[in-house]
Design a protein around this ligand. Structure first.
Ligand SMILES: CC(C)(COP(=O)(O)OP(=O)(O)OC[C@H]1O[C@@H](n2cnc3c(N)ncnc32)[C@H](O)[C@@H]1OP(=O)(O)O)[C@@H](O)C(=O)NCCC(=O)NCCS
Length: 160
């Protein structure tokens, strides 16, 4: 379990845990709001399949106390940077501080991993909620784009 001691706005402790035999169905069923379908898959099941099919990404379940509330994943790039992806909070759970706590928790944990100097992620520029969230956490544009998405980064030293 990855626990950075953060709580959401309803007082729940936000932790990240492996996807396992007990929680994979709940994680797979995590779904965005209909209006978010332009920049999110219909279900987190898509991310679970990606992490099963390739060695690149590693999925984690986002918990609020003992409830599965979201999905997030991470990867290590060949250049030694670490990436965050697949951030998806279940529609009814959004706006409660789960996403912010999950990204902060994962960023702090990744920053402690072997050789981690920088954290990166990308988002669709029209996704203002994601843009505001990552900017407020200190992520800044690298000037690169990936598949039409803005690439932003945060020094590991700032995430610890
Ligand atoms: C982006 C997302 C992960 C945020 O999760 P969340 O749990 O709702 O976020 P939080 O409650 O922690 O809020 C964090 C910030 O997100 C922003 N935000 C959240 N919902 C928002 C909305 N409906 N409109 C605008 N901004 C919003 C706010 O800036 C908020 O900042 P604040 O803490 O200063 O209020 C969630 O909206 C989501 O799963 N969206 C669909 C998938 C997606 O777009 N993922 C990101 C791909 S890069």
């Amino acid at each position: 379990m990855i626990d950075h001691g953060l709580i959401d706005r309803t007082g729940r402790r936000v932790t990240l845990r492996p996807v396992d035999d007990a929680n994979w169905r709940a994680v797979a069923d995590i779904a965005p709001l209909d209006a978010q379908r332009a920049h999110a898959p219909a279900l987190a099941a898509r991310y679970l399949l990606l992490t099963l099919r390739e060695d690149t990404w590693h999925s984690l379940a986002v918990y609020g106390d003992e409830a599965v509330t979201g999905h997030v994943m991470w990867a290590r790039d060949e250049d030694g940077s670490y990436w965050i992806g697949g951030m998806l909070v279940d529609g009814p759970e959004q706006g409660r501080g789960v996403g912010r706590a999950a990204v902060r928790t994962l960023a702090a944990w990744l920053a402690e991993q072997d050789g981690c100097e920088v954290l990166r992620l990308s988002y669709d520029p029209v996704n203002t909620a994601a843009g505001h969230l990552y900017t407020s956490l200190g992520f800044r544009p690298t000037g690169e784009e990936e598949d039409g998405e803005v690439v932003v980064e945060l020094a590991a030293s700032a995430a610890r």
